[in-house]
Write a protein that binds this ligand. Structure first.
Ligand SMILES: Cc1ncc(COP(=O)(O)O)c(C=O)c1O
Length: 384
């Protein structure tokens, strides 16, 4: 029997002829953006503390370089990204053949999955880990195996065991971790690499590396074919809206990106901004200091309401609300209704926490005023 018209299409017209894979996917975004929440609420947030952006902004040198490049934006960016690749290689003491820039870690994750995961292929991650990886795995038909956190950190031995048991093509790990802000140190990470089964590629997402203690950023030979590490300009460099990230890996893997990447994806303004940001090391030091002060302030504000801030190697603090997911969800909503945007982990027991990004003093003052009444409201909503 011929298929009838898809719902929403007129009789006699076909709907979009999606692949079976695409047709079966939910039309979901990994995160609802704060702008969407603002449109829903009909007003702007007073304190944007939920997306782990850097409200301290980009380096003034990067802003100047982007302004200059804006007038030249009639030209496509260099599809080889040669200057940026060379500068990144210099910073990481490697060669441009080991570096692949792209439109943020999010886009690079999609390319990695596309390159490595065929429909039905197994991959492994932590249950509650950064969701964009899982989003791309679903999009390419991979089968995701999730390993619970242990003590608010990804469970490295269990991840390696699961990768072996499932013959996983990829193992995704964010270190430092989002959403918990926790981290593993050098020895544990090197043990993980040593324990990787043959054929498993470790995707080591280091979005927050600039905020982490040195020991949390392991020395890994860039020629090691078992690992690709990912960095971004969205966090410490304050350029989340620009969309620039990069991978560091062995040249055969880096070269494979040429097969699938959007060659003109990194625009002229983005390349110029990233290049200038990279050169301004002092700015990163300034941002680190401000983030550390903001995290101290968040911890103080949380404790004043009887909540428990967790240690963080990132630009945010996971705050244990002392209840379950219901209480944290009610608190996220109660804060939003008072103009404060924060997010929370999605799975138990991590979802006992809310996650607050290091903000400017003015935004933290809004948080400080909003938290006590929001918490009372949340407790009554959650019945705790
Ligand atoms: C662990 C992790 N990876 C990647 C990203 C996104 O990075 P990008 O902006 O480079 O796509 C985030 C942003 O929150 C993150 O927390």
């Amino acid at each position: 029997m011929p298929a009838g018209p898809a719902s929403g299409t007129k009789a006699g017209m076909t709907g979009p002829r999606l692949t079976p894979l695409a047709a079966g996917l939910p039309a979901s975004v990994p995160f609802t953006g704060p702008e969407a929440l603002e449109r829903r609420m009909g007003r702007r947030f007073l304190a944007r503390l939920g997306a782990n952006e850097s409200p301290f902004g980009p380096s003034p040198a990067a802003v100047a370089a982007m302004a200059h490049a804006a007038a030249e934006a009639w030209m496509y960016g260099d599809p080889d990204m040669a200057d940026l690749r060379a500068a990144l290689a210099g910073q990481h003491a490697t060669t441009p053949d080991h570096v692949i820039p792209g439109e943020g870690i999010d886009a690079l994750l999609g390319l990695i999955v596309r390159l490595v995961v065929a429909p039905g292929d197994p991959v492994v991650t932590s249950d509650g880990a950064y969701p964009t990886f899982a989003f791309h795995v679903a999009g390419f038909g991979g089968v995701l195996h999730r390993v619970p956190y242990a003590g608010d950190r990804p469970d490295l031995p269990a991840l390696a065991d699961r990768a072996r048991a499932k013959a996983a093509k990829l193992l995704y790990l964010a270190n430092p971790d989002n959403p918990m802000g926790s981290w593993h140190e050098d020895a544990a990470l090197r043990d993980l690499v040593a324990a990787l089964p043959e054929g498993t590629l470790l995707v080591l997402d280091e979005a927050y590396a600039e905020f982490a203690p040195e020991a949390a950023v392991p020395a890994i030979d860039p020629d090691d074919p078992r690992v690709i590490r990912l960095r971004t300009f969205s966090k410490a460099h304050g350029l989340a809206g620009l969309r620039v990230g990069y991978g560091i890996g062995a040249p055969p893997l880096v070269a494979a990106f040429e097969k699938v990447r959007n060659h003109f994806g990194l625009g002229r303004v983005a390349q110029a901004g990233a290049l200038a940001a990279l050169a301004d090391r002092d700015w990163i030091g300034t941002v680190r200091d401000r983030v550390a002060a903001a995290k101290d302030a968040i911890a103080r504000i949380a404790r004043a309401s009887g909540l428990t801030p967790l240690p963080s190697a990132t630009n945010f603090v996971a705050v244990d609300c002392g209840g379950d997911g219901r209480l944290a969800r009610a608190l996220v909503a109660a804060l939003a209704s008072r103009g404060v945007f924060v997010r929370m982990p999605t799975v138990a027991p991590l979802d006992r926490c809310i996650r607050i990004t290091a903000g400017q003093p003015e935004a933290l003052a809004v948080l400080e005023a909003a938290l006590p009444p929001a918490l009372s409201e949340a407790r009554s909503v959650a019945g705790t």
